[in-house]
Ligand binder design. Sequence first.
Ligand SMILES: [Zn+2]
Length: 183
Amino acid sequence: MPDISYCEFANGLPLKNVDRIHHDTVHGFAVHDDNELFGRLILEINQAGLNWTLILKKEAGFRRAYDGFEVGRIALYGDSDRLRLLADAGIVRNRRKIEAIIHNAGVVMALKQKHGSFKAWLDGHHPLELPSWIKLFKTTFRFTGPEIVNEWLMSTGYIEGAHKPGCPVYKRVIASRPMWLMR
Ligand SMILES: [Zn+2]
């Protein structure tokens, strides 16, 4: 990311650019669906050490390879799925990331069983300060370092900061009623 905010960067791009579309329609908007929440975690985990634009370009590939981000199916992945993912050039072929995602899908299924949904578990902890979220994710999931957790929370609306107040998208994000507004 250049030395400007994501808003400035994205707003300077053509309307059909992947970063522009993500900024204008996804980033910071409230997310209500468990699979989508988990899918966004898949993308953030895969971004580690790589460029976010690359991840966005591969998003359709991730969706296809990971069964539309259906947590229940990913949790059941066995060895053949691991091999399939490691061989899929449409995604990031990193064994540690793939293992972490499958493991985390199992964790989310356990959370769903106990709390009704992944979102209910998250909402039950909200609001938390960022260091507490980081600690919670560290003790609950794999491959969820501080940066991944911070980005994921901003992107899904659990913490403030996805858009600058002067950004043209800011008002639409507020209208989606992200969780950070409901303290
Ligand atoms: Zn913005």
